[in-house]
Design a protein around this ligand. Structure first.
Ligand code: FPP
Length: 251
């Protein structure tokens, strides 16, 4: 779990890409005797504040889990509440995104999404496509396993042969092909799991888990995660110091 912030990281230690599982909206609402929808609504405001705070700190990509492939199992009124939030969020915040140089991308399976929700997402994407300060990717009807399967399907349809299919090639077909892999993965709400988020892309992400409920996630919590990230020693499976003696590779 995260400590409170002690020192802010310097620019070279700022992650290029942060991925967030925004968990805890329901508990936040319940603790205030409010319907769960109001937790999600507050969560949209937190998301907007977070993307602006990330941009201020030099983060180039923020990817958030807004609606998972599994969230259809929730009660109908919560699902339709989350869908209606898309329209509300786009109409309320598109101007703020543009004013602050935020490019919005939607990643996920669009096949089962209602036409008016898809139109709102298309409007957000096309209306912000020339912004360059930070890219906000909203994972909506997204699942990490879905992403791997759809990437394989698209690679096969593009005529990539089994012999030509390697990690770099498959990455080109993944839903987040417009972004580098996340350096830092944050989950709020106290649960310590990935929940089918970016399974392929988080292979070497640094994982941070916070007890903070998403609607209460603010700059102090973001800075605590950035400070924790700056303390991590990233080796990507290698070792840091070169070996004094090069031994022959034994397979
Ligand atoms: C998990 O909290 C959160 C979600 C399933 C939805 C997250 C969505 C938002 C923050 C809104 C973003 C929406 C748009 C349109 C950009 P939970 O409901 O599982 O919380 P709990 O664990 O406390 O019940």
């Amino acid at each position: 779990m995260l400590d409170s912030v002690s020192a802010l990281p310097n620019a070279s230690e700022v992650p290029r890409h942060i991925a967030i599982v925004m968990d805890g909206n329901g508990r936040w609402a319940k603790s205030r005797f409010k319907p769960r929808f109001l937790g999600h609504k507050q969560g949209v405001d937190t998301l907007v504040n977070t993307v602006l705070a990330c941009a201020d700190r030099g983060v180039e990509y923020l990817t958030v889990f807004a609606f998972s492939s599994e969230n259809w199992k929730r009660p109908n009124d919560e699902v339709s509440g989350l869908m209606s939030l898309v329209l509300l969020a786009v109409s309320k915040y598109l101007g703020v995104m543009n004013k602050n140089g935020v490019r919005v991308r939607i990643v996920g399976d669009r096949t089962d999404i209602a036409a008016h929700v898809k139109e709102a997402w298309d409007h957000a994407e096309s209306g912000t496509q020339h912004n360059t300060r930070i890219t906000l990717s909203v994972a909506f009807n997204y699942g990490g396993r879905w992403d791997v399967v759809q990437a394989c399907q698209r690679a096969i349809r593009a005529g990539i042969s089994a012999d030509d299919l390697d990690e770099a090639t498959l990455s080109r077909f993944m839903a987040l092909s417009h972004a580098p892999d996340p350096d830092l993965f944050i989950r709020t709400g106290g649960e310590v799991r990935i929940s089918n988020f970016l399974l392929w892309q988080t292979a070497y992400s640094e994982l941070c888990f916070s007890d903070c409920l998403w609607p209460e996630f603010g700059e102090a919590e973001l800075d605590a995660a950035l400070a924790e990230y700056a303390r991590r020693d990233r080796r990507f499976g290698a070792i840091k110091e070169p070996q004094a003696v090069e031994l022959p590779l034994v397979r």
